[in-house]
Design a binder for this molecule. Sequence first.
Ligand SMILES: Nc1ncnc2c1ncn2[C@@H]1O[C@H](COP(=O)(O)OP(=O)(O)OP(=O)(O)O)[C@@H](O)[C@H]1O
Ligand SMILES: [Mg+2]
Length: 248
Amino acid sequence: MMEKGSIVIKDLTIDFYINGELTNIIKQGNCVFPTGRITAVVGESGSGKSVLGQAILGDLPANAVASGEVLYECNNMLAMSSEECMEMYGKIMALVPQLPEEAFSPMKTIYAHIRDALEGAGVVRASCIRHLFADRVAYSLAGAALEGFGFTDIDRILSSYPHELSGGMLQRVLCAMVTYIKPQWIIADEPTKGLDEINRQLVIKNLKNMYENSGSSMIIITHDMKLAQKLCHCIIRMQEGKLYVESR
Ligand SMILES: Nc1ncnc2c1ncn2[C@@H]1O[C@H](COP(=O)(O)OP(=O)(O)OP(=O)(O)O)[C@@H](O)[C@H]1O
Ligand SMILES: [Mg+2]
């Protein structure tokens, strides 16, 4: 019997319609992402790592054809409507995308993002947040979340718009937000891609911090084998459409 809260991939096959023809990306893949653990997904560029992440989030593109199951707590994510997936998104599953700026709206301050995320996850009640006092509660929670990820000039960060912060800072803001929301699962896609060594180490520290403080299970999609070895309890390698479970 599989442990409750694990993600189970059963006979997963994914094809894409490209120029009217079906191209196979994942072929009858089977694996388990164990609850409470950090699992790395590794493999060559184009091997389907991000597509697997999208399947787990129930967020495959419209031209994908999928069969098999992605099971989470008796739900097959592939069979859920996009509304049901949206309902789970953020609260139960959260994504830290490779380009953090894509996760932010250019029109909202960092504070508005954190407040809305706290509200969406039920950390702060929506009905209360309209009151000045509750807004202060949300503000201090947002500040506390940022402090945990190394920010010191909290007021400046909270009043900034996303374009006023660097990519690395936005990633830290996202990590802080996700840590506070404590989803059951966090998926981080290529968190260290294209970073210099100092920033790479900082991101590894952030991921570890997020794991230790959120109580969430994690999936880290990466090319960075050192990161996989250092941080992850299990490794899944993707190759030619197949999933291989590698012990560490
Ligand atoms: N929306 C789409 N339509 C058609 N093909 C797609 C789509 N998204 C991904 N693919 C194809 O699926 C395959 C796997 O892509 P994916 O992005 O999952 O690779 P990856 O392993 O994440 O690569 P990388 O390490 O470079 O990020 C690629 O051949 C890609 O071209
Ligand atoms: Mg990818």
